[in-house]
Design a protein around this ligand. Structure first.
Ligand SMILES: Nc1nc2c(ncn2[C@@H]2O[C@H](COP(=O)(O)OP(=O)(O)OP(=O)(O)O)[C@@H](O)[C@H]2O)c(=O)[nH]1
Ligand SMILES: [Mg+2]
Ligand SMILES: [Zn+2]
Length: 358
């Protein structure tokens, strides 16, 4: 399949990026959008089609942290003559939106999932995967990165229709204010609605646990197998089938990003995302007696008052406190670590200078 992209606009390019390019690209540089990252090699898309590129050594050397390196969805400045098979990437343009998480495991680092996405589609399966608390984590980070979140419940063929409706109702009554779609890749129920929701020139990032059917549904959107999915007879239970992030342009011009399943989705420094995700709580907090109210035990707390009246869902409130604590806790060690890294960098520089001066 070859999709003819005559203009960069079809890939999401606009005046805002044009301005970023003027500020950070060389006069002779072209631009491209990152479709995939394989170690130090990038797969790029632009009006010339698909091609490979490498990061210039200078750029790699200058990057302070891994979040500054190109990720799927990024726009990059590049140099490429018609004779070159490879492009050379000099820099990454500022990101309009992004999806990040706290890197899995002990380390307190941010990990880029994707950049310049319009909508984050959080995928959960109706069959043993549905979890409101996990859902809220994704929504917080999506909003923190200024992307619009929505929810997609998959594998509806494996449960009763009434069960699906109950899950959708549960999301609504938990105070989660996002659109919810449902889908079965087996019966194709909901496929037309999903297709309609994906607009040309916009980018959609599918995230969720392993095995919920992300790659299967993207294959369904494309119309044939472009992504590997878990085979029914496979013995690799719990194994992650998708191992890399990949941006795919659909025939209608919408762009979709497939992701490997994620076991953990930690929040870090996401106060903006938390405020946006818990709008019902944020709206009340303006009426608390104390400006720095933590909504836990203060007198005159409007949030606790609404909670007592049952106007705010109790589980929603508990998760709000939990995510806020987690985000602030991680933020503290993150700032601490960045400062240490910086101090160490300064130390190295001064040590080097001492040597040079000797
Ligand atoms: N019954 C049913 N099975 C489905 C549906 N969608 C996907 N599956 C099956 O679920 C399994 C996992 O699907 P994948 O598409 O590989 O899941 P994934 O979310 O991409 O998983 P990772 O790549 O590991 O993150 C496969 O065996 C699919 O055939 C569905 O709507 N109904
Ligand atoms: Mg997959
Ligand atoms: Zn309060």
């Amino acid at each position: 399949m070859h999709i003819n992209i005559s203009k960069l606009e079809a890939l999401g390019w606009d005046d805002w990026f044009e301005e970023q390019a003027r500020a950070s690209c060389g006069p002779a540089d072209g631009v491209g959008r990152v479709a995939a990252v394989d170690r130090d090699q990038l797969l790029l898309l632009n009006e010339d089609g698909t091609f490979r590129a490498k990061l210039s050594g200078k750029y790699m050397y200058q990057s302070g942290s891994s979040t500054e390196l190109p990720c799927v969805g990024d726009w990059v400045c590049l140099e490429r003559s018609p004779a070159d098979a490879f492009g050379m990437v000099h820099g990454v343009l500022a990101r309009k939106t992004s999806l990040r998480r706290k890197a899995a495991g002990e380390s307190v680092e941010l990990q880029m999932i994707a950049a310049n996405i319009d909508v984050v589609i959080v995928v959960q399966s109706c069959h043993y995967d549905f979890n409101l608390k996990r859902l809220e984590r994704y929504l917080v980070m999506a909003r923190d990165g200024r992307a619009t979140p929505c929810v997609l419940l998959t594998k509806t063929d494996l449960v009763e229709p009434a069960f699906v409706s109950a899950l959708v109702a549960q999301i609504g009554s938990a105070g989660i204010d996002v659109p919810v779609m449902t889908l079965s890749s087996v019966t194709q129920d909901g496929m037309a609605d999903l297709r309609r929701a994906l607009k040309p020139g916009k980018t959609y990032c599918f995230v969720g646990s392993s095995g919920v059917g992300k790659s299967t549904l993207i294959n369904g959107l494309v119309g044939h197998e472009v992504l590997e999915t878990k085979t029914v007879s496979g013995t690799g239970e719990g194994r992650h089938t998708t191992v890399r992030r990949e941006l795919i342009v659909l025939a209608n011009g919408a762009m979709v990003i497939d992701n490997p399943g994620m076991r953990e989705f930690g929040v870090l420094g996401a106060s903006g995302g938390i405020e946006a995700s818990y709008a019902d709580i944020a709206a009340r907090s303006g009426h608390c007696q104390f400006r720095d109210c933590t909504h836990t035990n203060e007198p005159g707390c409007a949030v606790l008052h609404a909670l007592a009246l049952g106007e705010i869902d109790a589980a929603h409130y508990e998760n709000y406190l939990k995510l806020k604590r987690e985000s602030e806790y991680h933020q503290l060690s993150y700032v601490e670590k960045r400062k240490k890294d910086k101090d160490f960098g300064r130390f190295l520089k001064s040590a080097k200078k001492d040597l040079e001066e000797d």
